[in-house]
Write a protein that binds this ligand. Structure first.
Ligand SMILES: [Mg+2]
Length: 257
Protein backbone atom coordinates (compact mmCIF):
# COMPACT_ATOMS: atom_id res chain seq x y z
CA UNK A 1 0.00 0.00 0.00
CA UNK A 2 1.26 3.45 -0.89
CA UNK A 3 0.82 6.41 1.40
CA UNK A 4 -0.64 9.36 -0.52
CA UNK A 5 -0.05 12.96 0.35
CA UNK A 6 -3.30 14.31 1.77
CA UNK A 7 -4.31 16.85 -0.84
CA UNK A 8 -7.44 19.00 -1.04
CA UNK A 9 -9.40 16.38 -2.95
CA UNK A 10 -8.68 13.66 -0.36
CA UNK A 11 -9.30 16.08 2.50
CA UNK A 12 -12.76 16.76 1.09
CA UNK A 13 -13.42 13.01 0.96
CA UNK A 14 -12.63 12.74 4.67
CA UNK A 15 -14.81 15.75 5.48
CA UNK A 16 -17.67 14.30 3.45
CA UNK A 17 -17.43 10.90 5.18
CA UNK A 18 -17.29 12.66 8.53
CA UNK A 19 -20.38 14.75 7.82
CA UNK A 20 -22.30 11.71 6.56
CA UNK A 21 -21.52 9.55 9.58
CA UNK A 22 -23.56 9.13 12.74
CA UNK A 23 -20.98 7.78 15.15
CA UNK A 24 -17.30 8.47 14.93
CA UNK A 25 -14.12 7.30 16.55
CA UNK A 26 -11.08 9.57 16.34
CA UNK A 27 -7.67 8.36 17.51
CA UNK A 28 -5.15 11.14 17.94
CA UNK A 29 -1.55 10.79 18.99
CA UNK A 30 -0.39 13.84 20.96
CA UNK A 31 3.27 14.87 20.53
CA UNK A 32 4.20 15.65 16.95
CA UNK A 33 0.61 15.07 15.80
CA UNK A 34 -1.43 17.69 17.65
CA UNK A 35 1.46 19.78 18.85
CA UNK A 36 4.94 20.60 17.65
CA UNK A 37 7.76 18.57 19.03
CA UNK A 38 9.05 20.57 21.97
CA UNK A 39 12.60 20.88 23.18
CA UNK A 40 11.40 20.38 26.71
CA UNK A 41 8.73 17.65 26.97
CA UNK A 42 7.23 19.38 30.00
CA UNK A 43 6.34 22.37 27.84
CA UNK A 44 4.05 20.64 25.35
CA UNK A 45 0.97 21.86 27.20
CA UNK A 46 -2.03 22.35 24.89
CA UNK A 47 -2.12 25.90 23.56
CA UNK A 48 -5.37 27.84 23.11
CA UNK A 49 -5.77 26.84 19.47
CA UNK A 50 -5.44 23.14 20.31
CA UNK A 51 -7.73 23.49 23.33
CA UNK A 52 -10.42 24.96 21.14
CA UNK A 53 -10.11 22.14 18.61
CA UNK A 54 -10.26 19.44 21.30
CA UNK A 55 -13.16 21.17 23.00
CA UNK A 56 -15.26 21.42 19.86
CA UNK A 57 -14.35 17.99 18.56
CA UNK A 58 -15.16 16.26 21.83
CA UNK A 59 -18.37 18.13 22.61
CA UNK A 60 -20.02 16.75 19.45
CA UNK A 61 -22.08 13.84 20.78
CA UNK A 62 -21.42 11.85 17.61
CA UNK A 63 -17.70 11.80 18.37
CA UNK A 64 -15.61 9.64 20.60
CA UNK A 65 -12.17 11.18 20.76
CA UNK A 66 -9.26 9.10 22.01
CA UNK A 67 -5.87 10.63 22.73
CA UNK A 68 -3.45 7.74 22.28
CA UNK A 69 0.05 8.58 23.43
CA UNK A 70 3.29 7.22 24.77
CA UNK A 71 3.32 9.78 27.54
CA UNK A 72 2.70 8.92 31.16
CA UNK A 73 -0.86 9.01 32.40
CA UNK A 74 -0.30 11.71 35.02
CA UNK A 75 0.80 14.25 32.42
CA UNK A 76 -1.98 13.39 29.99
CA UNK A 77 -4.52 13.57 32.77
CA UNK A 78 -3.23 16.97 33.88
CA UNK A 79 -3.32 18.39 30.36
CA UNK A 80 -6.46 16.80 28.98
CA UNK A 81 -8.88 16.08 31.78
CA UNK A 82 -10.87 19.25 31.00
CA UNK A 83 -11.97 17.66 27.72
CA UNK A 84 -14.49 14.90 27.11
CA UNK A 85 -11.86 12.56 25.67
CA UNK A 86 -10.70 9.03 26.38
CA UNK A 87 -7.01 8.69 27.11
CA UNK A 88 -4.63 5.88 26.27
CA UNK A 89 -1.29 6.45 28.03
CA UNK A 90 2.12 4.83 27.79
CA UNK A 91 1.45 3.21 24.41
CA UNK A 92 -1.57 1.36 25.71
CA UNK A 93 -0.44 0.33 29.18
CA UNK A 94 -3.20 2.49 30.66
CA UNK A 95 -6.64 3.50 29.47
CA UNK A 96 -9.17 5.91 30.86
CA UNK A 97 -12.65 6.57 29.59
CA UNK A 98 -13.67 10.20 29.67
CA UNK A 99 -14.21 11.17 33.31
CA UNK A 100 -13.23 7.71 34.57
CA UNK A 101 -10.18 6.24 36.24
CA UNK A 102 -7.10 4.83 34.59
CA UNK A 103 -7.09 1.08 34.25
CA UNK A 104 -4.28 -1.09 33.09
CA UNK A 105 -4.82 -3.50 30.25
CA UNK A 106 -2.58 -6.23 31.50
CA UNK A 107 -0.72 -7.54 34.46
CA UNK A 108 2.59 -6.26 33.38
CA UNK A 109 5.75 -8.02 34.33
CA UNK A 110 8.46 -5.40 34.74
CA UNK A 111 11.31 -7.56 36.01
CA UNK A 112 13.14 -6.78 32.79
CA UNK A 113 13.46 -3.12 33.72
CA UNK A 114 16.37 -3.35 36.12
CA UNK A 115 18.80 -4.66 33.52
CA UNK A 116 17.82 -1.99 30.98
CA UNK A 117 17.98 0.75 33.62
CA UNK A 118 21.49 -0.35 34.61
CA UNK A 119 22.67 -0.07 31.02
CA UNK A 120 20.99 3.28 30.48
CA UNK A 121 22.50 4.64 33.67
CA UNK A 122 25.98 3.80 32.43
CA UNK A 123 25.19 5.83 29.29
CA UNK A 124 23.86 8.77 31.28
CA UNK A 125 27.17 8.84 33.16
CA UNK A 126 29.07 9.09 29.89
CA UNK A 127 26.65 11.37 28.01
CA UNK A 128 26.21 14.86 29.47
CA UNK A 129 22.66 16.18 29.08
CA UNK A 130 20.98 12.79 28.77
CA UNK A 131 18.57 11.47 31.37
CA UNK A 132 16.31 8.51 32.10
CA UNK A 133 12.56 8.49 32.51
CA UNK A 134 11.25 5.43 34.33
CA UNK A 135 7.63 5.02 33.26
CA UNK A 136 5.23 2.43 34.61
CA UNK A 137 5.67 0.05 31.71
CA UNK A 138 8.72 1.29 29.87
CA UNK A 139 12.02 3.06 30.32
CA UNK A 140 13.15 5.99 28.23
CA UNK A 141 16.56 7.47 27.54
CA UNK A 142 16.21 11.16 26.59
CA UNK A 143 18.99 12.83 24.63
CA UNK A 144 17.43 16.09 23.41
CA UNK A 145 19.99 18.16 25.25
CA UNK A 146 23.00 16.15 24.18
CA UNK A 147 25.42 17.61 21.63
CA UNK A 148 24.49 16.23 18.18
CA UNK A 149 27.63 14.33 17.25
CA UNK A 150 27.85 12.65 20.63
CA UNK A 151 24.15 11.79 20.74
CA UNK A 152 24.40 10.00 17.39
CA UNK A 153 27.33 7.90 18.55
CA UNK A 154 25.77 7.07 21.93
CA UNK A 155 22.37 6.24 20.46
CA UNK A 156 23.89 3.67 18.08
CA UNK A 157 26.00 2.23 20.90
CA UNK A 158 23.09 2.02 23.29
CA UNK A 159 20.83 0.36 20.74
CA UNK A 160 23.35 -2.33 19.91
CA UNK A 161 24.13 -2.80 23.59
CA UNK A 162 20.46 -3.25 24.51
CA UNK A 163 19.67 -5.46 21.52
CA UNK A 164 21.47 -8.38 23.16
CA UNK A 165 19.01 -8.26 26.01
CA UNK A 166 15.83 -7.22 24.25
CA UNK A 167 15.78 -9.87 21.52
CA UNK A 168 15.45 -12.75 23.95
CA UNK A 169 13.00 -11.04 26.23
CA UNK A 170 10.24 -9.93 23.93
CA UNK A 171 11.18 -6.33 24.46
CA UNK A 172 10.97 -3.63 21.85
CA UNK A 173 13.33 -0.69 21.34
CA UNK A 174 11.51 2.34 19.96
CA UNK A 175 13.48 5.15 18.38
CA UNK A 176 11.41 8.25 19.01
CA UNK A 177 12.20 11.91 18.59
CA UNK A 178 15.40 12.35 20.62
CA UNK A 179 14.43 9.41 22.81
CA UNK A 180 15.08 5.69 22.96
CA UNK A 181 12.33 3.81 24.69
CA UNK A 182 12.22 0.17 25.70
CA UNK A 183 8.90 -1.50 26.34
CA UNK A 184 7.41 -4.94 26.26
CA UNK A 185 5.73 -6.10 23.06
CA UNK A 186 2.72 -7.02 25.19
CA UNK A 187 1.76 -3.39 25.17
CA UNK A 188 1.10 -1.38 22.05
CA UNK A 189 -1.27 1.24 20.76
CA UNK A 190 -2.83 -1.27 18.38
CA UNK A 191 -4.02 -3.50 21.21
CA UNK A 192 -5.48 -0.52 23.00
CA UNK A 193 -7.21 0.68 19.84
CA UNK A 194 -8.68 -2.80 19.29
CA UNK A 195 -9.97 -2.91 22.85
CA UNK A 196 -11.76 0.40 22.31
CA UNK A 197 -13.12 -0.68 18.93
CA UNK A 198 -14.57 -3.84 20.47
CA UNK A 199 -16.74 -1.68 22.72
CA UNK A 200 -17.77 0.86 20.12
CA UNK A 201 -20.10 0.81 17.11
CA UNK A 202 -18.94 3.43 14.65
CA UNK A 203 -19.27 4.29 10.99
CA UNK A 204 -16.32 6.67 10.73
CA UNK A 205 -12.80 6.14 12.04
CA UNK A 206 -9.93 8.59 11.77
CA UNK A 207 -6.48 7.92 13.18
CA UNK A 208 -3.57 10.38 13.11
CA UNK A 209 -0.02 9.84 14.33
CA UNK A 210 3.62 10.59 13.64
CA UNK A 211 5.53 7.85 15.46
CA UNK A 212 6.56 4.29 14.73
CA UNK A 213 4.21 3.27 17.55
CA UNK A 214 1.24 4.79 15.70
CA UNK A 215 1.71 2.20 12.98
CA UNK A 216 0.27 -0.34 15.43
CA UNK A 217 -2.91 1.73 15.61
CA UNK A 218 -3.12 2.06 11.83
CA UNK A 219 -2.77 -1.72 11.49
CA UNK A 220 -5.30 -2.56 14.19
CA UNK A 221 -8.25 -0.57 12.87
CA UNK A 222 -10.53 -1.56 9.95
CA UNK A 223 -9.25 -1.07 6.42
CA UNK A 224 -11.86 1.52 5.52
CA UNK A 225 -10.63 3.84 8.30
CA UNK A 226 -8.91 7.10 7.45
CA UNK A 227 -5.30 6.85 8.61
CA UNK A 228 -3.02 9.87 8.49
CA UNK A 229 0.70 9.84 9.10
CA UNK A 230 2.45 13.04 10.10
CA UNK A 231 5.87 13.23 8.47
CA UNK A 232 7.54 11.60 5.51
CA UNK A 233 8.89 8.33 6.90
CA UNK A 234 7.43 5.07 5.58
CA UNK A 235 4.01 4.21 6.94
CA UNK A 236 1.09 1.84 6.52
CA UNK A 237 -1.22 4.88 6.73
CA UNK A 238 -3.32 5.78 3.70
CA UNK A 239 -2.40 9.43 3.80
CA UNK A 240 0.43 11.61 4.97
CA UNK A 241 0.73 15.26 5.90
CA UNK A 242 3.79 17.42 6.47
CA UNK A 243 3.16 18.61 10.01
CA UNK A 244 0.90 18.78 13.05
CA UNK A 245 -0.41 22.07 11.63
CA UNK A 246 -2.10 20.23 8.77
CA UNK A 247 -3.74 17.87 11.27
CA UNK A 248 -5.07 20.86 13.19
CA UNK A 249 -6.43 22.35 9.96
CA UNK A 250 -8.09 19.06 9.06
CA UNK A 251 -9.70 18.75 12.49
CA UNK A 252 -10.79 22.39 12.36
CA UNK A 253 -12.52 21.77 9.06
CA UNK A 254 -14.28 18.71 10.44
CA UNK A 255 -15.83 20.71 13.25
CA UNK A 256 -16.86 23.62 11.04
CA UNK A 257 -20.58 23.73 10.55
MG1 LIG B 1 3.91 11.40 18.40
Amino acid sequence: MITKLLDEHLTKQIIKAYKNSKTRLIFLDYDGTLIDFNFDPEESIPDDDLKQILQRLSEDKKNKVVIISGRDKETLDKWLSEFDVDIVAEHGAWMRCSGGKFETLANIDDNWKKEILDIMESYVDRTPGSFIENKNCSVVWHYRKVETGLSEIRTRELISHMKYITTNKHLQIIEGDKVLEVKTFEINKGKAASAILDKTEVDFILSCGDDATDEDTFLAIPEDSFTVKVGSTASVAKYSVASYEVIRKLLSRLIEN
